[in-house]
Design a protein around this ligand. Sequence first.
Ligand code: NAD
Length: 331
Amino acid sequence: MKLLVTGGAGFIGSNFVRRALNDELPGVEGAEIVVLDSLTYSGVRENLDPIADSPRFTFIEGDIRDAALLDEIFPTIDGVVHFAAESHVDRSVRDAAIFVETNVLGTQRLLDAALTHGTKRFVHVSTDEVYGSIEEGEWTEEFPLEPNSPYSASKAGSDLLVRAYHRTHGLNASITRCSNNYGPYHFPEKLIPLFVTNLMDDQHVPLYGTGENVRDWLHVDDHCRGIALVFANGRAGEVYNIGGGTQLTNVEITEKILELMGKDDSYVDHVEDRKGHDLRYCVDISKIENELGYEPQVPFERGLAEVVQWYRDNRAWWEPLKERAALEAQK
Ligand code: NAD
């Protein structure tokens, strides 16, 4: 089996590729992997260095919107795991256009290619943010889509296209919607790696608003195992929520990070809240648990401590990315 992994140089996609090629993901063992990634600011070729010599691995630098390129690739592959996206909410608040182009148009181009070339299986990686914000309880997959940011609206658009290609054309496609991922190789603009790396350099951390926003935290290893289970055994046309089972306010996660870094809350700067900041996300994961035998395996305290250690050990990975992002922000 040959899998096309779009966005495979990003945070989650590269975890999927490294672990698939090490045969650590159930259902895709032995698969050959073709990564298609245009290496935007968050695509890091070095994320794939650990498996670069695998005879089962090919890297193609290219854009998911490039229909001619897709027509060359798709006849050679059996299935798709689609991660490629613009993924940072704050960036979508500043400039939404690229989010629509990549997340909506790019997904549609991939779906067209899959249809034209008879691709056997398509898994679209989405987000719980498409449901909006929930004050209490948990979202099942049946909840309506009420996205609040340009990022989540563009992901909801792509989800609906995947659904439509299944309903209209019978494409064998499923959708996953996960909560907030954390783990190694996480681009240092996101909360956990930003806070950890700031504190490593004795800098303050910016906490949005009151910090009461609640997120469910999912280790990237657990997420990728869930995606592999959906790829192998998920039902066509179905959505599967994937979560980690650890709900924390941003204040609580900040306190945990401060403690692990040996710092106190004098390092926290309360900054103006993100526009339209969703208060609470919480997914019901009983469908994937009952149907596919998924359960989160990485306890949050252990996962977070390992991530902190990873950033301590890998300054050469994150420092240039952070410097580049800072330069870009000054433009
Ligand atoms: P990321 O930003 O780290 O990686 C995205 C990758 O896509 C990068 O390698 C980038 O170069 C590539 N890419 C972007 N535009 C492209 C294009 N036009 N053509 C080809 N490649 C392109 O993102 P991530 O955190 O790894 O997220 C992966 C997927 O998971 C996304 O679809 C995101 O919406 C979803 N997701 C992420 C989280 C999270 O917590 N990180 C939570 C829920 C859902």
